[in-house]
Design a protein. Structure first.
Length: 232
C-alpha cells in the first residue's frame, strides 16, 4: 500500500473494528474523486450517462471512471484514479508519485507558485505583487494582459488538456465532468480546454464534451450518500 507519506499509521488500523466498537455501525471507504463521480452521476451532470470520466482540479488532481454504469477499481483499486500522474513532459520535474513530468507536477495548484516565481520574467510581471500565487491570481492577471500570466496560463491549460486527452484515449468516455476550485473560472477554462481536446483527441466517432460539475463543493457528499444507501 502506498501512503504518499500521508496517514502512514492508517495501514495498521482495523477501521472496521474501530467503527463497530465506537458507533456500532459498519464501515466502508472510497476514493474522494470516485465519490464525486457518483454524486454527479446520480444528482448532477452525469445523469443519463453510464460511461464518463470525472476530474477534480484541487490542490492536486483527482480522477475517477465510470464504465458500463460501474465504478472502475482495478486489481489494486488504482484504476482511473491516476489521471494526475500521466506523464506529459518526460524531461519534467520529479513528482511526489516518484515519476517525472506528470500533469500534477507540471500544472497542479500545489506546484503553481513555483512555476510562476521561477519564470525568468517574473519580476517584470504584475504577479510579483500578489501574496498568493494561485489560479485565481493567474487568471486575473492574464485577463489584464500580463504577458507572463498569459504564457503560464496557456502552458498550464495545454498540460491539463494533454491529461484529459490521455484519459479519453485510455477510457473512451462519453463526457468528462470537471470539478474543483478552478472551475469557478469555468467561463475561461472550459472553452480553452474544449478547443484543445477537440483538436487533438483521437475520437473519430465525434467529440467528448467537457462539462462543469453541477455540485462543485458537495458532489462527494452526494456520492457518499449514494454509496452507503446502495450498500445498505
Amino acid at each position: 500500500m502506498s501512503t504518499n507519506k500521508k496517514y502512514e499509521d492508517a495501514i495498521d488500523m482495523d477501521l472496521t473494528a474501530w467503527a463497530k466498537e465506537k458507533w456500532g455501525i459498519g464501515f466502508c471507504m472510497e476514493n474522494d474523486a470516485r465519490m464525486a463521480l457518483l454524486g454527479e452521476w446520480q444528482h448532477g451532470r452525469g445523469k443519463g450517462f453510464n460511461d464518463f470520466v470525472m476530474i477534480t482540479y484541487g490542490t492536486g488532481i483527482g480522477s475517477a471512471v465510470l464504465m458500463d454504469g460501474k465504478l472502475l477499481h482495478g486489481k489494486h483499486f488504482q484504476a482511473g484514479n491516476l489521471g494526475g500522474h500521466f506523464t506529459v513532459n518526460y524531461k519534467g520535474g520529479p513528482c511526489s508519485c516518484g515519476s517525472f513530468g506528470c500533469v500534477e507536477v507540471e500544472a497542479a495548484s500545489w506546484r503553481l507558485p513555483s512555476i510562476i516565481s521561477e519564470h525568468p520574467d517574473f519580476e517584470k510581471s504584475s504577479l510579483k505583487n500578489e501574496k498568493t500565487l494561485d489560479y485565481k491570481a493567474l487568471i486575473f492577471h492574464a485577463g489584464k494582459n500580463d504577458e507572463v500570466a498569459k504564457e503560464i496560463l496557456e502552458q498550464c491549460l495545454t498540460i491539463y488538456a494533454a491529461g484529459l486527452i490521455g484519459m479519453i484515449h485510455a477510457f473512451d468516455p462519453e463526457i468528462i465532468i470537471i470539478g474543483g476550485g478552478i472551475m469557478k473560472s469555468s467561463d475561461i477554462i472550459l472553452p480553452a480546454l474544449q478547443e484543445k481536446v477537440d483538436r487533438h483527441a483521437w475520437t473519430p466517432w465525434g467529440k467528448v464534451k467537457l462539462l462543469k460539475a453541477q455540485h462543485l463543493d458537495t458532489a462527494a457528499l452526494y456520492g457518499a450518500d449514494y454509496l452507503v444507501r446502495s450498500k445498505v
